[in-house]
Design a protein around this ligand. Structure first.
Ligand code: NAI
Length: 282
């Protein structure tokens, strides 16, 4: 797959951040878009922006990807009206962090339901039709740097994002004979709505110390448009692992070659986060 031109392309999470930016960039490249998100008004904004740019949208529907029946119904409609997709992009996701002893079952469940079962529902409802069509294609799943490294306060988020990596690694073998390529996107910091919707369990985010940490995150962050540019470049070059920030590529190389210094850096981040928790529990 070297170009998205004229390719039917499903994108989840299209109402905001990376998903919206990917939809705009793919639209500009001439993809035929099928868009979804749980946020109906954000999705309408994306559709308006696409319309303004003259992009082609085949279908869109506001739905919750944790709702298998809703994903199935959307897939049935899309397949009946437009046939098989050529590109599936699982972008939608949520973030909940927190010291592991603070995480409750509802937090683990929410992350697994949205970040893991969401993409599973999309794959189960859209991929067999793609395979049956026999025209090849591309399956793209947005994991995270947290799909590559275990990080402090990330136990549940890590679980959901590591799972996407395991699944994608396996699907590369299964889908090769169908000429369906697999890419795993591992973004570092991207300045999106996630910074606002991020939940940190047991931590008050309205303190100067947390605000400073968030500002540092945003300083390092790339824009959603830049992340989208790198994702589509990665697709064009048929990369399996796609990074949106060079430090994540470097960090993963370190992890494989020199785990010890990287572990020291991550432990240092952990100590900074513990200081936040200590300050709040005084
Ligand atoms: P965002 O919050 O701007 O966009 C996420 C979109 O997913 C939202 O439009 C939201 O409505 C949608 N969504 C959430 N739950 C849903 C559900 N149950 N059903 C359907 N749609 C749902 O965040 P962003 O940053 O664009 O996130 C996109 C992906 O990138 C996520 O999978 C996230 O984990 C991943 N990521 C983001 C990073 C960042 O720094 N922003 C870093 C690493 C990974």
């Amino acid at each position: 797959m070297t170009t998205l031109r004229d390719q039917p392309c499903l994108i989840t999470g299209a109402a905001s951040g990376i998903g919206r930016a990917v939809a705009l960039a793919a639209g500009e490249q001439g993809a035929k878009l099928v868009l979804t998100d749980v946020d109906a008004s954000g999705l309408a904004d994306t559709l308006a922006a696409l319309h303004e740019r003259g992009a082609r949208v085949l279908a869109s529907r506001a739905l919750d990807i944790t709702d298998h029946a809703a994903v199935r119904a959307f897939a049935d409609t899309v397949h009946a009206e437009h046939g098989a997709m050529a590109v599936l992009m699982n972008v939608a996701g949520i973030a909940i962090w927190g010291p592991v002893e603070q995480l409750r079952l509802e937090h683990w469940r929410a992350l697994v339901e949205v970040n893991l079962m969401g993409p599973v529902h999309v794959i189960e409802c859209f991929l067999p039709t793609m395979v049956a069509a026999g025209r090849g294609g591309h399956l793209v799943t947005v994991s995270s740097a947290a799909g590559l490294f275990g990080l402090p306060w990330h136990a549940a988020y890590n679980a959901s994002k590591f799972a996407l990596r395991g699944m994608s690694e396996a699907m590369r073998y299964d889908l090769k004979r169908h000429r369906i390529r697999v890419s795993l996107v591992c973004p570092g910091a991207v300045d999106t709505g996630l910074v606002r919707t991020l939940r940190i369990v047991g931590i008050d985010q309205n303190t100067p110390r947390v605000a400073r940490l968030k500002q540092r995150f945003q300083r390092h962050a790339v824009s959603p448009a830049e992340a989208a540019r790198r994702i589509l470049k990665g697709l064009e070059k048929n990369r399996y692992l796609i990074y949106t920030s060079p430090e994540i590529r470097l960090g993963y190389w370190f992890k494989r070659k020199f785990a010890w210094p990287l572990e020291r850096v991550i432990a240092l981040i952990g100590r900074q986060l513990e200081a936040v928790a200590r300050e709040q529990n005084r």
